[in-house]
Design a protein around this ligand. Structure first.
Ligand code: PRP
Length: 216
């Protein structure tokens, strides 16, 4: 029997995801230890192996079939735009994709003049402004601490994730528009979904049961 391979997202989602997998009975010795450099973990009895990858790489592993299943944020799924099935909303990692800036930028947003948008998510920003709002904007791709951009005058607004809102507050910025809600999702390779349907369906129901346990 071949392994069912699962790609998990490193960072913010990792702890909750590993905890969910533990509750679902999908465990492997050492997987939740932070001092290991080991990349891939195997559960021989279940024929399952899993690994932790950078968020944007998870849809790539799944699209190419190097992983059958992935756990990743909806922001990353939308940004990467890979051909994969999104099958389950895990309900954690909740935040919002927003257009933010100083209150004074509200005018620029509705003026019809072109303005700049700094973001880690150029595809999401482009889709929002061009396709949904029919506005021409200049998108500047950045790699982190996006809130700096309007403060130092790189852009009028940013397109970024807001979770607690504290980064915005501490930097004198506000949410100007909401693009979409975000949370962690289960994604599946399109061929694996057909070829390994019973095993994948079984794994997804185990995850659902573990989620229900959380709610009790
Ligand atoms: C994210 C996001 C915001 C912040 C929002 O950044 O880009 O900066 O979290 O969270 P809050 O609303 O709870 O303050 P992250 O910490 O992932 O790192 P980055 O700044 O390097 O992108």
């Amino acid at each position: 029997m071949r392994y069912l391979t699962i790609a998990l997202t490193k960072g913010r989602l990792a702890k909750t995801t590993l905890e969910l997998f533990r509750k679902a009975g999908i465990t492997s010795a050492g997987a939740d230890s932070s001092d290991t450099r080991k990349l891939i973990f195997t559960n021989e009895e279940m024929g399952v192996r899993f690994f932790l990858a950078k968020g944007p790489d998870v849809p790539t592993y799944v699209a190419y079939g190097a992983a059958d299943i992935g756990i990743v944020g909806r922001d990353t799924i939308l940004e990467e735009g890979r051909k994969i099935y999104e099958v389950l909303d895990l309900g954690y990692g909740k935040c919002r994709m927003c257009i933010c800036g100083p209150e004074s930028a509200r005018e620029a947003l509705s003026s019809g003049d072109q303005f700049r948008v700094a973001t880690k998510y150029p595809n999401i920003a482009k889709d929002y402004f061009l396709n949904r709002k029919h506005q021409t904007v200049e998108i500047i791709k950045m790699n982190g601490s996006i809130e700096l951009a309007p403060i130092v005058g790189l852009s009028e607004v940013i397109c970024d994730i807001v979770e607690t809102g504290s980064t915005l507050r501490e930097n004198g910025l506000v949410v100007l528009e909401e693009v979409c809600p975000i949370s962690a999702r289960v994604v599946v390779n399109q061929v694996s979904m057909k070829m390994l349907n019973a095993r994948i369906t079984d794994l997804i129901s185990k995850l659902k049961e573990a989620l229900d346990q959380n709610e009790d």
